[in-house]
Design a protein around this ligand. Sequence first.
Ligand SMILES: [Zn+2]
Ligand SMILES: [Zn+2]
Length: 156
Amino acid sequence: MPPHTHADAHAVDTAARLRAAGLRVTDSRRAVVEALGERPHASAEELFAVVAQTVPGTSLQSVYNALGDFVDAGLARRIEPAGRPGLFELRVDDNHHHLICSSCGAVEDVDCVVGAAPCLTPSDAHGYAVQVAEVTFWGVCPACSADRAAAVPAAS
Ligand SMILES: [Zn+2]
Ligand SMILES: [Zn+2]
């Protein structure tokens, strides 16, 4: 990543990114890409809260639409952890996996073990040509583990 020079360069960068993906550049799309760059693994609601501050008049639906367009264009990836809203990220060029805290919902990227998709081989692929393996590791993050340890009352 080159260091940021100034705000305009950043805006041009975002517009170029949208154009490269074959998408028309609009203020709300640009704002969604920028918000997503700053908050990987954000939900549409979280992104809407950010975008609404810079692009007044943006609706939650338009953020959903923009995200759907990004995913279709290969600009963003949607992950759908069980029981949670879909999360979006711009890191699409690899087959990385995710570590999710079952307590607070924190999400960390986990690099693919072999560096190429799919990084897991099913014991029986049933004749399918497997293209992607998405792994979600569920656990408790260090901050939540520390909170739990602190919350345990001392035995008397
Ligand atoms: Zn946690
Ligand atoms: Zn990720």
